[in-house]
Design a protein around this ligand. Structure first.
Ligand code: ZN
Length: 155
């Protein structure tokens, strides 16, 4: 019973720690594609509805489109220049899942928490991403090869 009590109290503690800073839910999944034009049609067929927006993020060298399918959001990303991180990803791995984005309430404090946990944050100052978000990325080397994006809605 003692062991159970210990487990229980540490679980309670981590729950209360995470209550303010946690990654609340998957905000979207990002998929790297060679051609937005081609893949927009493909995903429109898959979901039965067209993308609700297209947006270029020049600073990142990407053009994006967003689909809602029920409660789930999918972001397609196409490179706009050969130096774009998406161009490099496509070269190395081909088309496919590029990142998982988590919604956070306070991106600055979440970056701080994750740094303390030993994760490598690629941009410690959140930057403006697509779809009205402040974003930061964690280095995939520290997360079993998964590129994790934190995003906070800009009010
Ligand atoms: Zn994203």
């Amino acid at each position: 019973m003692l062991i159970f009590d210990n487990l229980n109290s540490s679980a309670t503690k981590s729950l209360s720690n995470s209550a303010t800073n946690r990654m609340r839910k998957i905000e979207h999944i990002g998929i790297a594609v060679k051609s937005l034009e081609v893949s927009n049609l493909l995903f429109e067929k898959l979901f039965g509805n067209p993308p609700y927006k297209e947006e270029e993020v020049a600073s990142e060298g990407v053009k994006t489109s967003f689909f809602m399918n029920g409660p789930n959001k999918i972001e397609l990303l196409e490179a706009t220049n050969p130096e774009s991180p998406i161009a490099k990803f496509l070269e190395k791995k081909g088309e496919g899942i590029h990142h998982i984005a988590f919604d956070v309430e306070d991106i600055v404090s979440e970056i701080d928490r994750l740094k303390k946990e030993g994760f490598v944050v690629l941009n410690e100052t959140p930057k403006k991403g697509a779809d009205n978000k402040l974003v930061a990325f964690l280095h995939p080397k520290g997360t079993n090869g998964v590129l994790v994006e934190l995003c906070q809605e800009i009010p």
